[in-house]
Design a protein around this ligand. Sequence first.
Ligand code: VGL
Ligand code: ZN
Length: 194
Amino acid sequence: MKVKLSKRDALIVVDMQKDFMPGGALPVPEGDKIIPSLNKYIERFASLTLPVYFTRDWHPADHISFKGHGGIWPPHCVQNTKGAEFHDDLLIPQDNKFIISKGTSRDFDAYSGFQGTILENLLKERGIRRVFVGGVATDYCVKNTVLGALNLGFQVFLLTDGIKGVDVNPGDSEKAIDLMLSEGAVAIELKDLD
Ligand code: VGL
Ligand code: ZN
């Protein structure tokens, strides 16, 4: 399949933060392996002056998703810590890039980049119709961001060479991909970009 990018397209890069990479507090196995292909998508969008949205988990230290505070996760992506930084190898364009922080209040979690953020407004005010989504984790924040975008009426392309999952239960990522596709997302890879 060939997809030609146009001015109503945007790239969404989900949670490519140190804590989600090998060695981090909540590592996605091989999460860093998708950086080269994500960087190629980022370069492509940037070279066409298309916007790139980087979501980040950005939790207070006592966030409800953390063990000991009612949640299931080890503390991760605490605001202004090293682990919350984007991976050093991730390309962050100078222009037309936006950082979307989520999960910022103690009592609410957000797996979707649209939940409690201005992402929808930013996309709609720019006339964006189609979003291209990659990042981590396939079975949590990528899944929920993709489903959120579909629900809001965006066309969604899932970057199959730019996602990695945690698979807390074996098969979670595959199931998540099946769900996203059955809800209307279209799977593409780098070579499909015209
Ligand atoms: C995520 C678990 C907890 C994610 C965030 O980015 O997929 N997963 N917080
Ligand atoms: Zn989190």
